[in-house]
Design a protein. Structure first.
Length: 441
């Protein structure tokens, strides 16, 4: 088995496919496991240079991480990759109680024996930028500081009210931290700037990525200067985007492969638990272009009669499919329909929404023999796919105009060979669902 360049744990399923797209579309053979695989499945993908494990830690508690994330990172450590990456959302949304990134760094640093954990969040390819430690993200063609972002500053679970990444992290961990900022990366003495940033031996080092130049410098530093301080790293898919050029310069990977369009299918099934305005526009666009809606009650999906609501979704979806249309089954149509305050009164309710949608999606796919599907919503995807029996994903078709939401091929179980896209709430253009049905980037 070739030693992998990198292994990674994705804190949700959409983020996990984001990393897979970044790697595979740049010539790094990548497989994403949806749970710890058996030896036979690992052997099937023994030539992969990158191996990922999709998780749910973005929506879990620190106590959950102590048990489940620790177990996952130990398994990844056993793959003996050059680096192991804890992948977080590029918007860095998290809190002390939910998706605590600080706790995740503590766990990983302890398992891998890190002296310093490198942290990269900026990724210009997906329109995320860090400058002087501040995080910025695009929305509808404009860039916003994350605490003023129209979506992420109002996230229903982990709203971002602090743009300074290290200040945000300080709420979640007592580990010391330092910043290697964009001026140090582009100045005449990069080595000196790095030495200055490491002078007090910080446990966490945030490296700015603002543009192609700072990204290339960050990748060289991470691969050539910081690996000895810790094989465990943290950040968005910006970690992989930064490393790719460093790997290519060392001859570790070749040229970008060519991915042909997979072509159209007549019908797909979409399920969505997202309350994002981006997803709302995508649903409305789909309904104007041959899709039909099934609106579910999220409170019914989380209550004592959840199976009745699941059955209602299945029956309605199959009826739409029987007429030659494609169903879009959703629990909210934008922020105005968000019932989060009611949902959060029931412990574990958000997880149950995802699982319910996963049950619906699996039955539609199996009973209607569909070849392609979409799950919308980061947390939704994580819990929905757990119900669908898929064991692993590989990249079928990258989507360069909406990076982070590729079309994947499913492996294992009743849905082996299915093409499926996992889309974060704020990801994609208005025509995303139509584009997936058409099979063209």
């Amino acid at each position: 088995m070739t030693r992998p360049l990198i292994s990674y744990y994705g804190d949700d399923f959409t983020g996990s496919t984001d990393v897979m797209e970044a790697l595979a579309s740049n010539g790094v053979d990548t497989v994403l496991f949806l749970k710890k695989p058996g030896g036979e499945l690992v052997e099937r993908f023994r030539q992969a240079r990158a191996m990922g494990l999709a998780g749910t830690s973005r929506s879990e508690s620190p106590d959950w991480m102590d048990v489940h994330l620790s177990d996952a990172l130990r398994w990844l450590g056993g793959l003996d990759a050059e680096l192991c990456h804890y992948k977080v959302c590029s918007t860095f949304d998290s809190s002390p109680g939910i998706g605590n990134i600080g706790r995740a760094i503590e766990i990983g640093a302890n398992i891998f024996g890190n002296r310093t954990t490198s942290l990269i969040v900026g990724a210009p390819q997906i329109r995320r930028y860090t400058a002087f430690g501040q995080l910025f993200a695009a929305y509808q063609g404009r860039n916003y500081r994350i605490d003023r972002h129209p979506v992420m500053s109002r996230h229903p679970v982990t709203p971002m009210d602090e743009a300074d990444i290290l200040l945000h992290l300080a709420r979640q961990t007592e580990l010391s931290s330092a910043l290697l900022d964009c001026t140090g990366l582009t100045g005449p003495d990069v080595a000196g700037a790095l030495s200055a940033a490491l002078a007090e031996d910080p446990a966490i080092l945030l490296i700015d990525v603002l543009d192609a130049g700072t990204q290339a410098a960050a990748g060289q530093i991470l691969w050539n200067a910081l690996r000895d301080r810790g094989r465990f790293v943290c950040g968005s898919s910006g970690v992989e985007y930064a490393l790719i050029e460093a790997w290519r310069q060392e001859g570790l990977i070749g040229a970008k492969p060519v991915f042909e369009p997979v072509g159209p299918v007549e019908q797909i099934a979409v399920v969505s638990g997202s309350v994002s305005p981006t997803t709302e526009r995508q649903i409305r666009h789909a309904l104007a272009h041959g899709f039909e809606a099934v609106a579910l009650d999220p409170l019914h999906l989380t209550g004592d009669n959840a199976e009745n609501e699941v059955e209602r979704g299945v029956v309605a979806g199959l009826e739409i499919l029987s007429r030659g249309a494609s169903p879009v089954i959703f629990t909210a149509l934008g922020p105005s329909a968000d019932r989060g305050s009611e949902i959060d009164m029931r412990e574990g309710a958000r997880h149950r929404i995802g699982r319910g949608l996963g049950k619906i999606q699996k039955r539609l796919l199996v009973e209607a023999k569909l070849r392609r599907a979409v799950v919308a919503g980061g947390d939704t995807s994580s819990h929905a796919l757990g119900e669908m029996g898929i064991e692993a994903l590989t990249l079928a078709m990258p989507l360069p105009q909406t990076p982070g939401s590729p079309l994947c091929t499913a492996h294992g179980g009743a849905l082996d060979g299915l093409q499926i896209a996992l889309k974060g709430g704020q990801v994609g253009g208005d025509d995303y669902f139509s584009m997936i049905r058409a099979g063209r980037p």
